[in-house]
Ligand binder design. Structure first.
Ligand code: MTE
Ligand code: MO
Length: 266
C-alpha cells in the first residue's frame, strides 16, 4: 500500500504502510455516523481508532494557501471531499490502522482509512485510502456530490431511545428509559425526555469519553397503564438543541425527535 499526497501542495509526499506503522500513533474514541441514518436508526457507532493524525502528513506536503478541500480517494476510486481545515485543526482526524485494539478489519478499510470527528462518513471516512488530493471545493466534486448529497456534511446533533424498544409493552411502575445522544466535536450538554408532549424532563448523562463520542443517558419515569408517546431531545454544550423539524436523510442528514410508542400494562 502507498498513500500519496498530491495536488495543491509544496511537495508531493508518498507514505508506505511500514512507514505509517512506524509513526507515533495515537488512539481516539470517535463515534462515526452515516448521513443515511434515519432518526432513531443504527447507522452510527463508536470505536477506538488507532492512527496517525492526517495533519502531520498534510504538514509534510505543505498545502497551498488557496486550497480548501482534500479529495481522498480509495483503492476502488470512491472519493470524499473534506474541508482542509477539519483535517488540520486540533481534532485529531486520523489515518487509522487499528480499530478496538485490533488491526483495521478489511470491511472497515484495511490497511488504512480516514476517521474525522464531526463529519458524516460520506464526506470524510474514506476506507482503503490511497490518495489525498489537496484541492478546492470550486474545482473538484466527491463521489456523492453530483448524486444529490450536500458538498459539506457536518454531523447533526441527535439522540436515540434504545430502551424500552418502541412498540413493546412494559409493566406499569418505574420504567427506565435509556439511549445515546451525540454532537460530535461540541459535546452533549443535556438530554431531555417528554411523555405525550408534556414538559421536558432532564435525563441523567453518563460522563462522555470525549466530545467526539456519543453520550449515554437514562431517565426513570413512573407510568400507569396506558399508551404513551415518548420523545427525546439533545442539547449540545453550546446550548443548541437538536432540530425538531422532520427532514429526510438527503441531502445532508435527517432531523426530528426520535419518538417511540410504549404500551404500559397493568
Ligand atoms: N472507499 C469507500 N470508503 C467509504 C465509503 C465507500 O463507499 N467507499 N462509504 C463511506 C460512508 S458513506 C460511510 S457512512 C462510512 C462507513 O464506515 P464503516 O463501513 O466503517 O461503518 O464509510 C465511508 N467510507
Ligand atoms: Mo454513509
Amino acid at each position: 500500500m502507498v498513500l500519496r499526497v498530491t495536488g495543491m501542495v509544496e511537495r508531493e509526499v508518498e507514505l508506505d504502510f511500514a512507514s505509517l506503522l512506524a509513526k507515533p500513533l495515537i488512539e481516539r474514541h470517535v463515534t462515526i455516523a452515516c448521513v443515511s441514518n434515519p432518526v432513531g436508526g443504527d447507522l452510527i457507532g463508536n470505536a477506538r481508532w488507532l492512527g496517525w493524525p492526517v495533519r502531520e502528513l498534510l504538514g509534510q506536503a505543505g498545502p497551498r494557501a488557496e486550497a480548501d478541500m482534500v479529495l481522498s480517494r480509495s483503492a476502488d476510486g470512491w472519493t470524499a471531499g473534506t474541508p482542509l481545515e477539519v483535517l488540520t485543526d486540533n481534532r485529531d482526524a486520523l489515518l487509522a490502522v487499528g480499530m478496538n485494539g485490533e488491526p483495521l478489519p478489511l470491511e472497515h478499510g484495511f490497511p488504512v482509512r480516514l476517521v474525522v470527528p464531526g463529519l458524516y462518513g460520506y464526506v470524510s471516512a474514506t476506507k482503503w485510502v490511497t490518495e489525498l488530493k489537496v484541492t478546492r471545493f470550486a474545482d473538484d466534486a466527491a463521489y456523492w456530490t453530483p448524486r444529490g448529497w450536500s458538498e459539506r456534511g457536518p454531523i447533526k446533533t441527535s439522540s436515540r431511545i434504545d430502551v424500552p424498544r418502541g412498540g413493546r409493552s412494559v409493566p406499569a411502575g418505574t420504567i427506565t428509559f435509556g439511549g445515546v445522544a451525540w454532537a460530535q466535536h461540541t459535546g452533549i450538554g443535556k438530554v431531555e425526555l417528554r411523555v405525550n408532549r408534556g414538559p421536558w424532563r432532564e435525563a441523567r448523562l453518563a460522563p462522555g469519553i470525549s466530545v467526539d463520542t456519543w453520550y449515554q443517558w437514562t431517565l426513570d419515569v413512573d407510568l400507569t397503564p396506558g399508551q404513551y408517546e415518548v420523545q427525546v431531545r439533545a442539547t449540545d454544550l453550546r446550548g443548541a438543541s437538536q432540530d425538531e423539524e422532520q427532514r429526510p436523510v438527503a441531502p445532508d442528514g435527517a432531523t426530528g425527535f426520535h419518538t417511540v410508542r410504549v404500551d404500559v400494562k397493568s
